[in-house]
Design a protein around this ligand. Structure first.
Ligand SMILES: *[C@@H]1O[C@H](CO)[C@@H](O)[C@H](O)[C@H]1NC(C)=O
Ligand SMILES: *[C@@H]1O[C@H](CO)[C@@H](O)[C@H](O)[C@H]1NC(C)=O
Ligand SMILES: *[C@@H]1O[C@H](CO)[C@@H](O)[C@H](O)[C@H]1NC(C)=O
Ligand SMILES: [Zn+2]
Length: 687
């Protein structure tokens, strides 16, 4: 977030805060002088194991101490940016120092979080809400600009808001019925509404093509769409929607075996899939992208098409034309938003800014980046990705059990891993995103339903260009999400802009703070390339077994260690009822994330690192673990056990306690005796 946006009101608080700090500094100096414990450096106040091999950071010697001249204030290297002050606030106020960090580090770091937040969830959840609020403010200003994408957002927002006026809503209800009906007639005749409906004139393929022309790749029978990579897939509707929270990382759980597209076509001879796909393309672009799209059609052996007894082709053949026509049209009404526009409760309560973000994510991101984001962050994080990869490679090289052959393949996979930091670089060029809006023309006189239909059609056409590799980002991708992810079949790491903004990341943060937060996330996403699914794919994301049998067995044993650890974990909200076999991918990624971030931390010259206000008596090693934990501080989880068991991620407390209890470096930093919960004798280590 740019400093400009927040200067007015936090400034007063900042001045007062700095005033208090200044007094505190002076008092500390005076007291230390009076006591003449001049040799007692800050290091001595930290509970380091005296004989431990952890080298004390060289800061004490680097700090100019001039004890003979009491009037001189020692040079302090403290981060005092507003973002660092927020970080200091979180470290101070969310912690519960009455808890022993060796017993429950999560509670020690996050125990008082609830006393400082009204948001259900983590600071990422809050960030998401703030972004929505900023977008809303921007849209409420209602400015006409020269940017087509911005104006489109504005018109969508305005028609959506306008519908909240009861009189407009009433008028709209009448007009939208007519509009929906007109669309339905363009698909073909509707038996329920047409007393002269003639079954002999019904052509299923024609109706499906007409729906496609309307931007409908999803038609009630199946869906034609992309899933986080530029391949067009024909699949059952919604089959990837569960579990929602970890959809992206779990896409392969639901995959059946990949088959040739022609094999799938052969299973549904009553449907001409290719013609339907043709109609999803913009008519002017069809000739240039058609063959490229056809090269990127994929199919899986879904039972909907491949089941011997109950498959789509049989369903179509055994269903009357009348039922098929009624079904497709009712499905359209149900999913078009036309019906929703007539639902008063829904219309009055919807958040129009969220509708804009959902349907125009790239345009929304452009507004956020231009108005509220410091692009310097992208550069820093891009470099951090390269460092993360380097550290990951070193971790592989230093593995005591992986054989050379496996190491070689693993290193190649890290080297070949691609990245997208925030958004594709192509969009950095002035006007680049707006250019993609050339084919979308909405007008202030358009109804909300019409605008939504035009946008859906546009998004579908854009999706086809994305499949043809003509545009670099899936137009449906929710790039405004506070998230990062790894795409398995492309060996591709993706970290989104909201994740790269304060308080999760800031350019003024000390490097160790950047590493403990974003650095660990980058390591986590890289680590997904080596989780139990990741290891089944090679450097190009292709399915290939590149492990020696012994290494593969040993790897499984090490993962099983984590599974058992989670099974036995006594969670504050869910007790010992968790099941690690559902969360092993994330636990493996978490382990790699913490390990690589710590490796990067160990390379820092801590004497040059700024301190965090109020933590100058706290070692930077300790701060590393404390800052890492902040991302997981959350309000009490009120989900049911069933819901938790469906998630791909372990619980937040485990993502801190479980991960750190496997790290010798943690136990050393906090001087935890062997046998304490945070320093168990049995540790699970991966590479
Ligand atoms: C937004 O601006 C347009 C054009 O300038 C105007 O017609 C419209 O009434 C405004 N809408 C609101 C809600 O202020
Ligand atoms: C609603 O429709 C009526 C009749 O067409 C029109 O007179 C009135 O101005 C409309 N109201 C609004 C708020 O658009
Ligand atoms: C966890 O789930 C797996 C897969 O459903 C099951 O086989 C296993 O018995 C469960 N483990 C525990 C400890 O409940
Ligand atoms: Zn993950």
């Amino acid at each position: 977030m740019s400093a400009k946006e927040k200067i007015s009101n936090p400034l007063v608080a900042l001045v007062i805060f700095l005033g208090i700090i200044a007094i505190a500094i002076l008092t500390t100096i005076l007291i230390s002088r009076a006591g003449s414990h001049l040799d007692k450096s800050h290091e001595a106040l930290i509970a380091y194991p005296k004989s431990g091999s952890t080298a004390p950071r060289g800061k004490t010697t680097a700090r100019p101490q001039t004890p003979d001249v009491p009037a001189t204030v020692p040079l302090r290297n403290v981060c005092e940016s507003p973002e660092c002050i927020t970080l200091a606030h979180q470290l101070h106020n969310w912690a519960d120092p009455s808890v022993d960090p060796c017993v429950n580090f999560y509670e020690y770091s996050c125990g008082k979080y609830n006393e400082h937040t009204v948001v259900e969830g983590t600071r990422s959840t809050k960030k998401g809400l703030i972004i929505q609020k900023l977008l809303r403010e921007f849209l409420l200003r209602n400015r006409t600009t020269t940017s087509k994408s911005e104006n489109t957002m504005q018109m969508l927002f305005n028609t959506c808001e306008r519908l909240k006026d009861p009189e407009v809503f009433k008028n709209n209800t009448e007009s939208v019925v007519k509009e929906v009906y007109k669309d339905i007639q363009s698909f073909g005749s509707w038996p329920l509404a047409d007393p002269n409906w003639d079954a002999s004139k019904f052509d299923l393929n024609e109706m499906l093509r007409n729906l496609a022309k309307h931007g409908r790749g999803e038609n009630g029978l199946f869906e034609i769409s992309t899933h986080y990579s530029p391949f067009l897939e024909v699949a059952p509707i919604d089959y990837r929607k569960k579990p929602a929270k970890s959809l992206k990382e779990f896409r392969y759980e639901y995959d059946s075996e990949k088959v040739k597209f022609s094999e799938l076509e052969a299973k549904v001879p009553s449907i001409d899939l290719r013609k339907i796909i043709d109609n999803l393309m913009h008519p002017d672009k069809k000739s240039s992208i058609k063959s490229k799209v056809e090269n990127r059609l994929v199919a899986f052996e879904h039972s909907l098409f491949f089941d011997k007894d109950m498959n789509l082709n049989k369903i179509i053949q055994s269903t009357s034309a009348q039922d098929l026509a009624n079904f497709l049209i009712i499905y359209y009404i149900d999913t078009s938003g036309g019906a929703l526009s007539m639902d008063e409760h829904f219309t009055m309560n919807r958040k129009c800014e969220n509708e804009v973000i959902k349907f125009l994510p790239r345009a929304s991101l452009r507004v956020f980046v231009r108005n509220y984001f410091d692009k310097e962050n992208l550069k820093i994080v891009s470099e951090m990705v390269e460092e993360t990869k380097q550290n990951f490679i070193e971790m592989i090289q230093e593995s005591t059990w992986l054989h050379e052959e496996t190491k070689k393949n693993a290193i190649l996979k890290v080297e070949k891993m691609r990245k997208m930091i925030g958004y594709p670089e192509e969009f950095e060029k002035a006007g680049a995103l707006d250019k993609t809006f050339e084919t979308l023309n909405v007008f202030p006189t358009d109804s909300h339903y019409t605008i939504m239909n035009k946008i859906k059609r546009f998004v579908t056409e854009q999706t086809m260009e994305y499949v043809a590799l003509e545009t670099p980002l899936d137009p449906k991708e929710d790039v405004m999400e506070v998230n990062a992810f790894y795409v398995n079949d492309e060996n591709y790491l993706n970290i989104l802009v909201p994740f790269l903004d304060d308080p999760l990341f800031d350019s003024t943060y000390p490097t160790y703070a950047k590493l403990a937060g974003t650095g660990a996330t980058l390591g986590h996403e890289t680590g997904h390339g080596f989780d139990p699914w990741g290891i089944t794919r090679d450097e190009n994301g292709e399915k290939r077994d590149w492990w020696t049998p012994e290494d593969s067995e040993e790897y499984d044993r090490r993962v099983e260690c984590m599974v058992e650890q989670y099974n036995e974990y006594d969670d504050p909200d869910f007790g010992k009822n968790l099941n690690g076999s559902y969360t092993k991918l994330e636990m493996v990624a978490d382990g790699f994330g913490a390990e690589t971030a710590w490796r990067a931390f160990k390379k820092l010259d801590l004497s040059r690192e700024p301190e965090i206000i109020g933590f100058d008596e706290y070692s930077m090693e300790k701060l590393f673990f404390r800052i890492f934990a902040l991302d997981y501080c959350t309000s009490r989880d009120t989900s049911t056990l069933e819901e938790v068991l469906e998630r791909g991620h372990p619980t937040d407390s485990f993502r801190v306690n479980g991960v750190f209890s496997n790290m010798k470096a943690f136990a050393k930093t906090f001087n935890c005796p062997v046998g304490t919960p945070m320093n168990p004798e049995k540790k699970c280590e991966l590479f």
